[in-house]
Structures are given as structure tokens and as C-alpha cells.
Design a protein around this ligand. Structure first.
Ligand code: ADE
Ligand code: ZN
Length: 319
């Protein structure tokens, strides 16, 4: 039995498995530059974040209708349940769909057709976090927040993702302030490829409650001390870090040092269809490569609920 856990760093578009991508491409008449799923899988060799993002955005072009987004979420949920996930806070990237002419409502309503019944159907409670693409403009992020206003009963918070280097968090101060005023929770990717300063900026300028990745905090002792003192959760994604070459091999992942430093670390899957595993696969991979004992594994599972946006009595029920 996998440990019960919460998944806090998962891009729903990153759960698009090749088989579903081909099925949706056929259903929607979207051409794919790959002859079959094996050929597509062979393209899953990445040099860095950008090389992954190029394929990720290309493939998500098959998502067009509410039914497609419902099917995408319905494919993820049983996999998550089988991996011990009791609660998932799920990212989505509306700008990537709006750019292709797919409306915000199509994305949110479609996802919600599956997520709105996830507890009853799969034993997994779910929440949605809307991410802004940091390589798009601050104006575009503000327009996206405006477009999301009719759907805010379905969206718990906002995040910041896509190409990190050269797009510091402060660019998005205004939209984070507007989101805070609307009562939305705030997270941001920082310190995946970008420098430790981006983590500090996400905390100080954007007021985030969690850092997605945060790997590069380890380059700055004072920042580590602060993250420990303020109990800022980090949503680490070890298999992603290896596939995107943030670390050379899993055996060199800083997770044990991060836990020893007292950081509130969680382990997550990021884009599991692309990176070779869902969340329990990430747990098993770090256990095996880094020699984490059962107590450490339980700590990681416990941290996932502590770091979640569940209220405490909801958290107890999910566990
Ligand atoms: N979008 C999807 N996965 C991402 C990642 N690992 N980093 C930044 N943006 C992303
Ligand atoms: Zn991510």
C-alpha cells in the first residue's frame, strides 16, 4: 500500500500520456509531427527546462474541448489514487490554451466535470491552482486573472510557471496583489533553474505561501535559515530535476541535505507523463537512490498534508 499523501506540484497538462494525446489528436483533427506513441516517447529527451516546455506546449494543442479537459483529468485521478494520493492541488496553464483560441471557461468547466466529483469517484479531493506563464507579459497575466473571475469558486490559488531564467517574480507583483485581494492563495515556481534571489523575491514581493521547486535555495545559507524559520514549504520534484538536468543523477539530489537542514520538503511529480513517474514513483525513486529510511518517507508524506491548503480537519480526513 503506498503511503497516503497529498500531491502539491502537478501540472494537469503534464499528465497527458502519449496514448491520450494521439486519441485527442484524432478526435479533434489536430496533426501531430509524430507517427505513433513510441516515436513521440523517443522525443522525451530534454537538455533543460526550455527543451521540455517546447514539447509540452506543442503536445497540449490536442486539448480543445471541455470533453478533452474532462478526459485529461479523468485519466489522472485513478492513477493518483493508485499512488496513494488523497488530495491534489493541481496546476493548469490557461494562457497556453487561450492562445490557441480555447476559452478559460472550456478549460475550467471541463476540468471541473472530473474534479468536482473526484472525492466520490476516486477518493481524491482536488483543488485548482491557475498558473501564469512568466515568459508572457504582466498585462497578459492581469487579463487572465480577469478572465478567471467567473470561475473563482473553482480556483483556490495562483501560481507562476514556464521559463524561469530572465523572468523574475517581481514582474508579476501587480497580479499577485490583485489575486491576494480576491482571497486567492499564492505559490510560485522559483529556484528550479533560476537563482536563489528569485525565491527571496517570490516571498517578499509576491507574498507566496509555498515555493515550487526551490532547489537552488541550497546555494544560500541565509535563505535556507529563513525558509526553515518561516516554515516555507518547498514542492520538490526529483524525477523532473533529473530529466531537466537540474541535477545530474538522482543519487546527487540535495533532498537528504535539505531535510537535514530542517526544510519543509515535499516530493511531487511535476509533469509525470514526461518525466518517468507519478508521485509514488518519485517517492520510491528517492528512497532507492538516496537511501531514505521509512521514517524519512513518512516525514515526506506528512509534510505533504502540512504544506497543503487543506484546513486541519479536512487534512485529518484526507489522511
Ligand atoms: N510548466 C510545466 N512544468 C514546469 C516546470 N517544471 N517548470 C516550469 N514550468 C513548468
Ligand atoms: Zn512545475
Amino acid at each position: 500500500m503506498p503511503l497516503p499523501k497529498a500531491e502539491l506540484h502537478l501540472h494537469i497538462e503534464g499528465t497527458l500520456e502519449p496514448e491520450l494525446a494521439f486519441a485527442l489528436a484524432a478526435r479533434n483533427g489536430v496533426p501531430l509531427p509524430y507517427a505513433h506513441t513510441d516515436e513521440l516517447r523517443k522525443a522525451y529527451q530534454f537538455d533543460d527546462l526550455q527543451s521540455f516546455l517546447n514539447l509540452y506546449y506543442e503536445l497540449m494543442a490536442v486539448l480543445r474541448t471541455e470533453q478533452d479537459f474532462e478526459d485529461l483529468a479523468n485519466a489522472y485521478l485513478p492513477r493518483a489514487a493508485a499512488q496513494g494520493v488523497r488530495h491534489a492541488e493541481i496546476f493548469f496553464d490557461p494562457q497556453a490554451h487561450i492562445a490557441r483560441g480555447v476559452a478559460m471557461g472550456t478549460v475550467v468547466e471541463g476540468l471541473w466535470r472530473a474534479l468536482g466529483r473526484s472525492t466520490e469517484n476516486h477518493g481524491v479531493s482536488t483543488q485548482l491552482i491557475m498558473c501564469f506563464l512568466r515568459d508572457e507579459s504582466a498585462e497578459s497575466a492581469l487579463e487572465t486573472l480577469e478572465a478567471a473571475k467567473p470561475y473563482l469558486d473553482r480556483i483556490i490559488g495562483i501560481g507562476l510557471d514556464s521559463a524561469e531564467v530572465g523572468h523574475p517574480p517581481a514582474k508579476f507583483r501587480e497580479v499577485y496583489e490583485a489575486a491576494a485581494a480576491l482571497g486567492l492563495r499564492r505559490v510560485a515556481h522559483a529556484g528550479e533553474e533560476g537563482p536563489p534571489e528569485y525565491i527571496t523575491e517570490a516571498l517578499d514581493v509576491l507574498g507566496v505561501e509555498r515555493i515550487d521547486h526551490g532547489l537552488r535555495c541550497m546555494e544560500d545559507d541565509a535563505l535556507v535559515e529563513r525558509l526553515v524559520r518561516e516554515r516555507v514549504p518547498l514542492t520538490l520534484c526529483p524525477l523532473s530535476n533529473v530529466r531537466l538536468r537540474a541535477v545530474d543523477v538522482l543519487a546527487e539530489h540535495p533532498l537528504p541535505a535539505m531535510l537535514d537542514a530542517g526544510l519543509l520538503c515535499t516530493v511531487n511529480s511535476d509533469d509525470p507523463a514526461y518525466f518517468g513517474g507519478y508521485v509514488a514513483d518519485n517517492f520510491h525513486a528517492v528512497r532507492d537512490a538516496l537511501g531514505l529510511d521509512q521514517e524519512r518517507m513518512r516525514e515526506l508524506a506528512r509534510n505533504s498534508f502540512v504544506a497543503s491548503f487543506l484546513e486541519h480537519d479536512e487534512e485529518r480526513r484526507a489522511r
